[in-house]
Unconditional design. Structure first.
Length: 442
């Protein structure tokens, strides 16, 4: 399969953008740029390796970009801390109403600290090692592993901001007082390991975290389980035993090190199994992954919404409502970021639908409605009535296309498919904003 150009130039463009805002002094960005150019162009096997590593590269760039939006949705009143501790005590605690964490901290010993630090200090290395091994034995399995890794991280990021949760160490250190500006912390056990090592390895790692209140679900547990799940059929018996031991060690370490509630661990396991099952349906062993054109087509029809026989545009808008409602809940900046991300993707996907159907504006394309509906909630209506009014106004303006929507529709290619909906969304957003200022949607 030919490596899509966007898989090369997309990351390069992002790195160039970071350089343009003054981050050209970061050596890791130069190293990443060099690795992309070498792997993507050197040899056929390096191109195959790069194709498999693209999802991991995207996770790295995404994680780095999280610093720009790390406080989105993290109002103090939305962050779960003592309520999560109470839930933990009720379902996983002792008979006296305490969680297991205070008992573990009271009985912590240096040997256990070091043992627990081993999986915590190696989980990324283990993930890369698994990807490299799978590339050697079955590069289709490797791509399924890395795309599962990508979907897992993006899903967790969404959950972390929809359900921000304080880790146990935070509750034990700060109680129920929430400060979103808190700097990451390695916890007391890993601090002792750092002191024993003589340098602050774990502190340096966790102090840079952009996701302090991302305890639920536990990605620490997710990575070893993904290794176990995707590598099982290719591992020898000794390696299988080692992978099981590694996963169990991470589960115990996550709780012992005061980094996760047991509920976080359960949620991490459930999310990993769900993602793995979905990716196995998309990328089964023995069949090449979905090609780029198919992905563009699925995005254009919004994964089937555009195939609804009657009113596909309305169906696409309804399918966009949960996303629009969630972004509106986070606030106008989140809506703006969502619109800036979805709009170029919608244009890109629409070109494939035009190619397949031979029509200038195929009815099956509804990703334009998704982009337009997101724009329609730019004023971030918090009430159900406000969302429904935004929905109704957007559908009205999308159907009637008052100036300048009709002119935008005449733009060439995917731009014409999408930007008339963007204009309709802006018109709806303006009226919703006026309605909010008049107090109509309380």
């Amino acid at each position: 399969m030919t490596l899509p150009k966007v898989a090369i130039w997309g990351p390069i463009a992002w790195i160039a953008l970071l350089f343009s805002i003054g981050e050209w002094r970061r050596p890791e960005l130069w190293g990443l740029l060099l690795a992309i150019l070498v792997l993507a162009t050197a040899r056929p096997w390096t191109k195959r390796l790069y194709r498999g590593l693209v999802p991991v590269l995207l996770v790295g760039l995404f994680y780095d970009a999280m610093r720009f939006v790390k406080h989105v949705g993290l109002a103090p009143e939305r962050i779960h801390a003592c309520d999560l501790q109470a839930f933990e005590a009720r379902w996983f605690g002792f008979a006296n109403g305490e969680t297991v964490h205070p008992w573990l901290q009271a009985h912590a010993v240096p040997a256990l600290d070091v043992l627990a630090a081993i999986p915590y200090g190696t989980f990324l290395l283990a993930s890369f090692a698994c990807a490299a091994y799978l590339f050697w034995v079955d590069d289709v399995a490797m791509r399924r592993f890395t795309w599962s890794f990508f979907v897992l991280n993006i899903s967790a990021f969404v959950i972390h901001h929809a359900f921000p949760a304080a880790p146990p160490w935070y509750v034990h250190a700060h109680g129920c007082v929430i400060d979103p500006a808190t700097v990451g912390n390695e916890g007391p056990n890993l601090a002792r390991v750092d002191a024993w090592l003589g340098f602050r390895y774990f502190h340096g790692f966790y102090a840079k975290s952009n996701d302090i209140f991302g305890a639920m679900p536990s990605l620490h547990v997710s990575y070893p389980l993904l290794i176990l799940r995707e590598g099982w059929n290719h591992f020898s018996k000794p390696v299988r035993a080692g992978a099981v031991a590694y996963f169990v060690a991470m589960v115990l370490a996550a709780v012992y090190l005061d980094h996760h509630w047991i509920a976080d661990v359960v949620a991490g396991i459930a999310l990993t199994l769900l993602v793995s099952v979905l990716l196995r349906r998309l990328l089964p062993t023995g069949r090449p992954p979905l090609d780029l054109q198919e992905i563009r087509w699925q995005i254009a029809i919004w994964f089937g919404a555009g195939k609804v026989p009657r009113a596909p545009g309305t169906a696409g808008t309804v399918a966009a409502l949960p996303i629009a409602a969630y972004l509106a809940h986070l606030g106008t900046p989140a809506v703006a970021v969502g619109a800036l991300v979805v709009t170029p993707v919608a244009v890109w996907a629409s070109y494939e639908a035009i190619r397949r159907t031979g029509k200038k504006d195929p009815q099956v394309v509804v990703v334009d409605e998704v982009a337009g509906m997101i724009v329609a909630v730019l004023s971030a209506p918090k009430s159900l009535l406000g969302l429904l009014v935004a929905f109704a106004l957007f559908r009205l303006f999308d159907a009637t296309k008052p100036f300048p929507a009709r002119a935008a529709e005449r733009l060439p290619g995917g731009n014409g498919v999408v930007f008339d909906d963007i204009v309709a969304g802006l018109q709806a957003a303006a009226l919703v904003f006026l309605g909010q200022r008049m107090g109509l949607f309380q």
